[in-house]
Ligand binder design. Structure first.
Ligand SMILES: Nc1ncnc2c1ncn2[C@@H]1O[C@H](COP(=O)(O)OP(=O)(O)OP(=O)(O)O)[C@@H](O)[C@H]1O
Length: 466
């Protein structure tokens, strides 16, 4: 099918979906049909108007948050004002985005500027960092050059796939842009020279492809993106591999884009050290956690009491989906077996599954086939499942015996995506875990309130957003 026909069908489907009254081409689109660029732009604007109309009619809460300068969704510009290529703009509207979030509005002008600017950016979980860097990646591709020009590194297989899918969606009207996943399971014959413009992958595979097998030339990259940048360059994370990849880039001609919801002091220092003259966008500590995620703790006597609390809470709140985080695979396996025995439809995702199994578990969860997903830190970052309303920390996150505040924030950020409301519940079964909980509370300066898991009225109230 031609791109025009594809577009016409898409517009008509969108019209049906959001119930817009009528969509006919405006004079602007008709008059510009001889000039594909102008025509595309006019079509994109037209679609923006339709989507806005739909949103206004739905009295979407997000629109209210957009007006609040303190909200991470606040923006004064439209996507049209961000100087994106017309086909990308169509892709953005196709995703249902009607206005940029704060991080998109502030970073995109810098990322698209000439000469290219390096950037280290921080924005709360679920506020649209992916679209910010993906739009920049897609904008920087020169389709006449048949080799990798853009590299995006993610910490996990699932996140790389999710980012690639978002990129493919945004590039729907740019069919000439080609992308390749460099993740576990992807095979490339020896002596291949990759011709795709964009590579999205995990550090180990990219190191193999770029340095060991030379499937592409790291020196020819013009854009390097580190998603979840803090964990990628921290000693506890993927530092060795990422720093090796980074060292092999052309430091003068490769634009660096680092994004994360968290950067501790030391990691930020290191980021500033390896990125030349970066623009830095940082949050104040008190801005890091989101008000739309309400945080609670439940006092429990022991592990089976924690189990009892979960089933009570979930049975009462019951709507939407839940992710439960455990510190070890063993606990995750125990909990999922116990919940399954008691008749709950749960899925478990931990590092001992094959990558295919992991993706299939996540896909089923996204489709709502299981309402509860039990996992470990492997899913703490970046994973975007809109309908997750509850995150439970069956165990609080600790690193070397200390509270792991960054992981805590990423874990609870699996709910409350893009302005939605969410609930985070921490199960406390000892004075030691209570102290960890208090330390996390003090770190972010956000109250974690006591919840009585036996009090169904109270649980119902928090489930209703009171
Ligand atoms: N401008 C926008 N309008 C509407 N929805 C948006 C917009 N930008 C992003 N979204 C949606 O918001 C959700 C969260 O975005 P995204 O996953 O990029 O967040 P993030 O900031 O990368 O979060 P994390 O820190 O958890 O990785 C996604 O479902 C995405 O499609």
């Amino acid at each position: 099918m031609s791109e025009q026909a594809d577009w016409a069908r898409y517009v008509s489907e969108t019209e049906k979906k959001i119930g817009a009254v009528e969509i006919t081409k405006t004079d602007e689109t008709v008059n510009n049909e001889a000039d594909p660029d102008k025509s595309n732009l006019a079509e994109a604007s037209l679609l923006a108007k339709i989507i806005r109309k739909g949103l206004v009619e739905n009295k979407n809460d997000i629109e209210i948050q957009r007006q609040d300068p303190k909200s991470p969704l606040y923006s004064i510009k439209t996507f049209e004002a961000l100087d994106l290529n017309a086909n990308l703009l169509k892709g953005v509207y196709e995703m249902g985005f009607n206005a940029p979030s704060k991080i998109q509005e502030t970073t995109l002008p810098a990322l698209l500027a000439d000469p290219p600017q390096n950037l280290i950016a921080q924005s709360q979980s679920g506020t649209g960092k992916t679209a910010a860097f993906v739009l920049a990646m897609l904008s920087r591709v020169d389709v006449t050059k048949k080799y990798p020009q853009v590299l995006c590194l993610s910490p996990t297989y699932e996140l790389a796939i999710q980012t690639g899918e978002a990129a493919a969606h945004m590039a729907k009207f740019c069919p000439e842009i080609e992308m390749k996943f460099a993740v576990s399971g992807e095979q490339v014959p020896r002596d291949t020279k990759l011709t795709e413009h964009i590579i999205i992958g995990t550090p180990g595979k990219v190191l193999d492809w770029g340095i060991k097998f030379r499937f592409f030339d790291l020196k020819k990259l013009s854009v390097f993106v580190l998603d979840e940048a803090d964990v990628m360059i921290s000693i506890q994370g993927h530092q060795d591999q990422c720093v090796r990849i980074h060292k092999n880039l052309d430091q003068n001609n490769c634009q660096m884009m680092f994004f994360s919801a968290t950067y501790d002091q030391e990691v930020m220092g290191f980021a500033e050290h390896i990125v030349k003259n970066p623009i830095i966008i940082r949050l104040k500590r008190e801005e890091e956690s989101l008000d739309n995620i309400r945080q609670y703790y439940v006092r429990c006597k022991n592990q089976s009491d924690k189990y009892h609390a979960i089933t009570n809470i979930y049975g009462t709140v019951g709507i939407g989906q839940a992710i439960i985080f455990c510190q070890t695979r063993k606990t995750a396996a125990w909990l999922s077996a116990k919940m399954s025995e008691d008749g709950h439809a749960v899925a478990v995702l931990s590092g001992d599954l094959t990558v295919d199994q992991r993706i299939s578990v996540l896909d089923r969860f996204r489709e709502g086939k299981e309402k509860v997903l039990i996992t470990t830190n492997v899913l703490s970052r970046g994973i975007d499942v809109e309908q997750v309303t509850i995150v439970v920390n069956f165990d609080l996150p600790v690193l070397n015996g200390k509270p792991d505040c960054e992981t805590y924030l990423h874990r609870i950020g699996r709910t409350g995506r893009f302005g939605k409301s969410g609930i985070a519940i921490n199960l406390i079964d000892s004075e030691e875990t209570m102290n960890i909980c208090r330390a996390i509370e003090n770190h972010f300066g956000k109250k974690i309130q006591l919840l009585d898991a036996e009090d169904s009225d109270e649980i119902e109230k928090i489930g209703n957003g009171n």
